[in-house]
Design a protein around this ligand. Structure first.
Ligand code: MN
Length: 199
C-alpha cells in the first residue's frame, strides 16, 4: 500500500442505508485525508519518504515514533476498512474463509459473537479485527490507531469503531452499526483475497 489517499472503491451513496453518503464524505474526505496528509508531512525529506505504508508503520513502531505511527497506521487502517466493505456484502462467507472460520473459530455463529463483542466492547476509539496470527484466525479489538500489521500479523477484515465512523447515522448505537456491518457490509471476497495472499 502507498501512503496516499485512495478513492473509495464505490460511490459515496453505495452503502446506504447502512452507512450514509454524508458519513463517507466526512470519514474519507476529512478524517482519512487528514491522517494521510499528516503522515506525508512527517516522512517528507526523510529516508522513509519512498517506503511503502506498511514499512513506514513498522519503522514508526521500532523507533517509538508515536506521532508518525498514529497517522501512518490510521492511513493504512482506513484504506483497509474501505475495502472491507461492499454494497452487496455481509452475511455468511463462502470459500476458504468459511472453512477456516469453521476450523479455527467453531463456525459462523461463533465468529459473529466474537467479532461483535470485540467491536462493541472496544472501549473508546479503535478497531475490531479478524487477523491471521501464526496461521490461526484471531479476533480482537485495538485502541486508537493500533493495527495487526504492527504485531507481525496479517489483517483479514476490520471495522472502524471510532465514533466518527457511525455517529451521524447511529448516534451512540454502536451495536446497531456493528450489526449492519456483519449482516450487510462485509466484503468476504476481500477477506478471501487476504487469506489467499497470507504467507
Ligand atoms: Mn475512521
Amino acid at each position: 500500500m502507498k501512503l496516499e489517499l485512495p478513492d473509495l472503491p464505490y460511490d459515496y451513496k453505495a452503502l446506504e442505508p447502512h452507512i450514509s453518503a454524508r458519513t463517507l464524505e466526512f470519514h474519507h474526505d476529512k478524517h482519512h485525508a487528514t491522517y494521510v496528509t499528516k503522515a506525508q508531512g512527517m516522512v517528507k525529506d526523510t529516508p522513509m519518504a519512498d517506503d511503502d505504508l506498511e514499512t513506514i508503520v513498522q519503522k514508526a513502531v521500532k523507533e517509538s515514533n508515536t506521532g508518525l505511527f498514529n497517522n501512518a497506521a490510521q492511513a493504512w487502517n482506513h484504506t483497509f476498512f474501505w475495502n472491507s466493505l461492499s454494497p452487496n456484502g455481509g452475511g455468511k462467507p463462502s470459500g476458504a474463509i468459511a472453512t477456516k472460520i469453521d476450523e479455527d473459530l467453531g463456525g459462523y455463529d461463533k465468529f459473529v459473537e466474537a467479532f461483535s463483542n470485540a467491536a462493541v466492547n472496544q472501549f473508546g476509539s479503535g478497531w475490531a479485527w479478524l487477523a491471521l496470527d501464526g496461521g490461526k484466525l484471531k479476533i480482537y479489538g485495538t485502541a486508537n490507531a493500533d493495527t495487526p500489521i504492527a504485531k507481525g500479523q496479517t489483517a483479514l477484515l476490520t471495522v472502524d469503531v471510532w465514533e466518527h465512523a457511525y455517529y451521524l447515522d447511529y448516534q451512540n448505537r454502536r451495536p446497531d452499526f456493528v450489526k449492519a456491518f456483519l449482516n450487510e457490509l462485509i466484503n468476504w471476497d476481500f477477506v478471501n483475497k487476504n487469506l489467499a495472499g497470507a504467507k
